[in-house]
Design a protein around this ligand. Structure first.
Ligand SMILES: NC(=O)c1ccc[n+]([C@@H]2O[C@H](COP(=O)([O-])OP(=O)(O)OC[C@H]3O[C@@H](n4cnc5c(N)ncnc54)[C@H](OP(=O)(O)O)[C@@H]3O)[C@@H](O)[C@H]2O)c1
Length: 244
């Protein structure tokens, strides 16, 4: 039987790197994104879809339910927005929730029964260190990634002993097209905080089975300290930062 890896958002950045590394590990690929031309030549089955559209998610979910050979699902497709909620456009906020939350939920539900029946499989949900943060101007992004973390933790509990693993991959700044799409250049501010997609994806795949993977020791130390603080102190620190 083929070992199929399904990767959403495979046309760029972390998704393209997941495709490259999983292919080298012997997986067959089903690569998903909106830009067909970017998926061509990746050596996998191409599935063009806008996963912020419910009908397109449903079409992919039914396809995955029907084929039964999904060994790995990487829920990776994502994007950021800028601006405070009251002032920002409504549609991208909705699209972000549909993509980060609802598509992840539906596609995971689609592949779980076959993985559990086989006693093997892996789900990687690409979250972010932002899932542990709350930030003015980034409300929906932090909230949807916090959902990804909670979803992955709950699922990890449900899947114990089934042979199926789930991981919330929580990268910090990574060189991809994410910030170009967002229209900001943060690379100059703290170059020592940036990681390559190759490193981040390598950390994920080396650590399948762990519920949280936080690539890079700087981010590990930061989160270990940050998550120990009470909520009021974390909010206070963010408030003081944006007041400057
Ligand atoms: N880069 C970072 O610093 C960083 C840090 C933490 C977490 N992350 C997370 O990492 C994941 C991957 O992002 P990246 O950094 O690799 O960014 P990227 O280079 O911009 O890639 C984003 C991918 O998502 C796809 N995508 C976006 N909207 C989509 C939609 N509506 N339907 C289907 N596919 C869609 C894009 O493909 P098309 O445009 O072709 O559809 C592209 O393949 C995201 O979940 C992001 O939140 C990134």
């Amino acid at each position: 039987m083929t070992k199929l890896a399904v990767i959403t958002g495979a046309s760029a950045g972390l998704g393209a790197e997941f495709a490259r590394q999983l292919r080298a590990m012997g997986y067959e690929l089903l690569v998903v994104a909106r830009r067909r031309e970017r998926l061509e030549g990746m050596g996998g089955e191409i599935w063009v879809a806008d996963l912020s559209v419910e009908e397109e998610v449903e079409r992919l979910a039914r396809h995955l339910e029907g084929r039964g050979d999904v060994a790995m699902l990487v829920n990776n497709a994502g994007f950021g927005t800028q601006g405070r909620l009251a002032a920002t456009e409504w549609e991208p906020q909705m699209a972000m929730h549909r993509l980060h939350v609802l598509a992840t939920l539906r596609l995971t539900r689609a592949v779980l029964p076959q993985m559990i029946a086989r006693g093997a499989g892996a789900i990687v949900n690409v979250s972010s260190v932002a899932g542990f943060a709350r930030a003015a101007g980034n409300v929906s992004y932090c909230a949807t990634k916090a959902w990804t973390n909670a979803f992955s933790e709950g699922l990890w509990l449900e899947l114990r002993g089934t042979g199926v693993t789930v991981q919330a991959l929580c990268p910090g700044f990574t060189y991809t097209e994410f910030h170009d799409v967002l229209g900001v250049d943060r690379r100059k501010h703290a170059p020592w905080l940036w990681m390559t997609a190759e490193f981040v994806v390598g950390e994920s795949l080396r650590n399948l089975g762990k519920v949280y993977v936080v690539p890079g020791w700087r981010y590990k130390v930061f989160l270990a300290l940050w998550t120990k603080l009470p909520a009021w102190l974390r909010l206070r620190a963010e408030f003081e930062r944006i007041r400057k």
